[in-house]
Design a protein around this ligand. Structure first.
Ligand code: ADP
Length: 401
């Protein structure tokens, strides 16, 4: 089954075209990125499997034009991979926020679109863009079924003591204020794949997954179901991230707003885009820059790295307690997959738990790998995340019904 997976941002469209024969038998036919939609210098970068990549700079006024460019690239005689649009059998969209409306992936209809629209309030940067993407796709491929896969759905199994804030109850009733989590598609994929890869029965397991990238979150998973996760009402809560602050005492926020005469929108921007690695170091949100500067003796870059390790260890400790133990620890995403130093530093601080890692195995990056030694009391694995594959699998199952 040929499935187009779409991850639509406010000014970009990331896509992958997959040929899915089954959950495990599949091939990537092409992937690419349309960016700077609405700006004069829009760009499409298209990478077909087994053919030369293709790039074009042109004005892309809106998402519908962007989607047409994607489809044209896919059927182009030189760098295309399809004979015609009709070969696309289904489209799967990544949706950041589904709140408590959605416990799993669903086929798009008007009611689903209405609920995604309601969720725009909780994900103002992401959900409106996803809706534009779905509408654009409906206009260019009106007969093709579309499925939405939510980043929040996997976390819907959290118990109320994990998802409730101790704020007046009516904020939950009236405004849906509670913890929803994020990166759910990734946590679900790497926990399942990690269990399979290390020979653990997912239905009888205690797993902690660490998705450490530009955005980062840690999740506690019991018998395959999420019981707690570090992100909250929005993807700001939890640990230090590239540009997000993670947890701070809420009283700090009005205090700084008064001191610096900031509006709520300005403060939101600071917490989401100017904090984290960038805010603490003062020069970059990128982990590679932190590592290079720390090596040269930059004390603030060293602080960022120490805090990152500390936050992960603290979350793993808390989730080990919540789970009543841990069988498997999984590292994934940009930093988790590519930074052996961070994985080793975290695992060394978990020696009290009986965690032991093999330095040789840990020196491998970006591939599935068992990192723990045979005598380690907890298995540790590196599992590259495959969110697009999860979206394609769900899309295949839902449209096949
Ligand atoms: P996003 O949350 O945007 O999907 P990623 O998961 O791609 O982000 O993670 C991006 C982060 O991964 C950046 O901080 C980047 O520096 C880091 N990263 C990528 N490669 C390496 C590497 N080889 N060593 C350390 N960090 C890396």
């Amino acid at each position: 089954m040929i499935i187009l997976v779409i991850n639509c941002g406010s000014s970009s469209i990331k896509y992958q075209l997959l040929d899915m024969k089954s959950d495990t038998d599949y091939s990537l036919k092409a992937k690419g990125l349309v960016e700077k939609i609405t700006l004069p210098e829009g760009r499409i970068v298209h990478k077909p499997s087994g053919k030369e990549p293709f790039e074009q700079v042109l004005p892309i006024p809106d998402h519908t034009v962007g989607m047409k460019l994607v489809l044209d690239a896919l059927v182009n005689p030189q760098h295309g991979v399809l004979g015609s649009y009709d070969e696309i059998q289904a489209v799967g969209h990544r949706i950041v926020q589904g709140a408590d409306f959605f416990e799993g992936s669903v086929l798009v209809d008007e009611d689903v679109l209405r609920k995604i629209e309601i969720c725009c309030d909780f994900a103002p940067l992401h959900n409106p863009a996803h809706l534009l993407g779905i509408r654009a796709m409906q206009s260019v491929l009106p007969k093709v079924p579309q499925v939405v896969v939510f980043d929040t759905a996997f976390h819907q199994t959290m118990p109320e003591e994990a998802y409730m804030y101790a704020l007046p109850y009516n904020y939950y009733k009236d405004y849906h204020v509670r913890r929803y989590g994020a990166h759910g598609t990734s946590h679900q994929y790497v926990s399942r794949e990690g269990a399979r890869f290390t020979g653990i029965d997912i239905n009888n397991s205690k797993i902690i997954t660490c998705h450490i990238g530009n955005g980062s979150s840690v999740t506690a998973i019991k018998d395959g179901k999420c019981i707690d996760t570090s992100m909250g009402f929005t993807p700001l809560e939890g640990m230090i991230m590239g540009t997000r602050c993670g947890n701070v005492d809420c009283n700090v926020i009005p205090y700084i707003m008064k001191k610096e005469n900031l509006s709520p929108d300005e403060m939101t921007d600071i917490m989401n885009k100017k904090s984290g690695f960038l805010g603490l170091s003062g020069f970059s949100s990128d982990m590679r820059d932190m590592l290079a500067a720390a090596d040269e003796g930059n004390a603030r870059a060293q602080l960022v790295i120490k805090k990152l390790i500390y936050d992960i260890v603290k979350l793993i400790g808390a989730y080990t307690a919540v789970l009543g133990g841990v069988d498997l620890l999984v590292f994934t995403a940009g930093i988790g997959e590519n930074n052996a130093f961070l994985r080793k530093a975290v695992c060394e601080k978990l020696a009290w738990l009986g965690v032991r890692i093999d330095d040789d195995a840990n020196s491998h990056n970006g591939q599935e790998m068992l990192l723990s030694t045979p005598d380690s009391k907890v298995k540790v694995a590196l599992i590259p995340t495959e969110e697009e594959l999860m979206i394609a699998r769900d899309t295949m199952h839902i449209t096949a019904k």
